[in-house]
Design a protein around this ligand. Sequence first.
Ligand SMILES: *Cc1c(COP(=O)(O)O)cnc(C)c1O
Length: 396
Amino acid sequence: MSLPIDFMNRRLDGLERRGLRRKLTQLEGGAAPWIEIEGRRLLNLSSNNYLGLAGHPDLAAAMATAADDEGCGSGSSRLIAGTSHLHEALESRFAAFKGMESGLLFTSGYTANLGVIPSLVGAGDLVLGDELNHASLIDGCRLSRAEFRSYPHADVGALRDALASTAGGTGTRRRLVVTDTVFSMEGDEAPLTEIAEACSRYDAMLMVDEAHATGCLGPGGRGLVAELQLESQVTASMSTLSKALGGLGALVTGPALLRDYLINTSRSFTFTTALPAPVVAAGLAALDLLERDLWRVQRLQDNAAQLRRGLRDAGFNISGSTTQIVPVLVGESRRALDFAAALRAEGVFAVAVRPPSVPMGAARVRATVMATHSADDIVLAIDAFRRVGASLGMVA
Ligand SMILES: *Cc1c(COP(=O)(O)O)cnc(C)c1O
């Protein structure tokens, strides 16, 4: 007897032909600035461990203590028997860090976005989202069953028009605008002050995803909302603990009412097991470090500026990057794969990002820097990009 799964081969073959098939790469060294793949040492420009906290001994010690004290699994969902003092401590501390009234912990950024959006809007409502929003926001919008309209990337005029043309109507129709604050494949920032103004003018809720902003920019790494002092204009702000904070989990912060509302309505909060105590303790330890050592955020920003300058001066198109995420636009998927392979031969690990993560024809090699890279590491990276770019005829 054979299983009826030949469609899998056909689908994978189709992806292969278009240069879109994906493979897992096993690496040693965790999320460190230098890693090993197949015995070769490589400069890691592919990690979201922006502040280097994933390898910090304080996080490891906090996890070990929490595992000893409270065990390795939480044993239950938050609403049944899975809430400990650690969960609530992290929620209130993180809310204070973000300058917001409440916080609620989810098991990941993906599940947070999947849970929050359908709690805020439903069938008959309207969601407007930037066309380059992260897949988790898109999936949250789909799951909500609200009408979804995307607006061109960072185009506040188009957003305003969409809000104006859908104003009035049935009085009970809720409207929500969702956007990344730092875009994960572009490394640019949303025009958030203008977006917030448009939302308040047209009575729409604003939800932001600070996955790549929290720990990376704004005062003390508090994110773009804090930098622009828009805390009171945001209905929900999502921050992951999995990127700059070096662990796992996500916090949704907002007005006091939001936490209670999400506890009562968000299915991805309700129907899953609470994060284990060690993971929550690591989040608290990361927050301690973030509040104590301001140099990490500064180092990240300095390294990012050095890489952007170097790649731009070398003649690469780094799109609108203003952050630690620096895309080098290549175009075709196969060419992006060739670029990444050549970089790896030069000792640099930066991956090709292809559709559907980016639009068709906009494949790129995406470099991310960490606070734990040295200035010499960045010079090495720029030199490698330059050599590969020249060999592929992309730069002089
Ligand atoms: C990584 C990411 C997420 C998902 O967060 P996880 O904690 O990894 O699940 C959500 N939104 C954006 C913009 C991201 O980059």
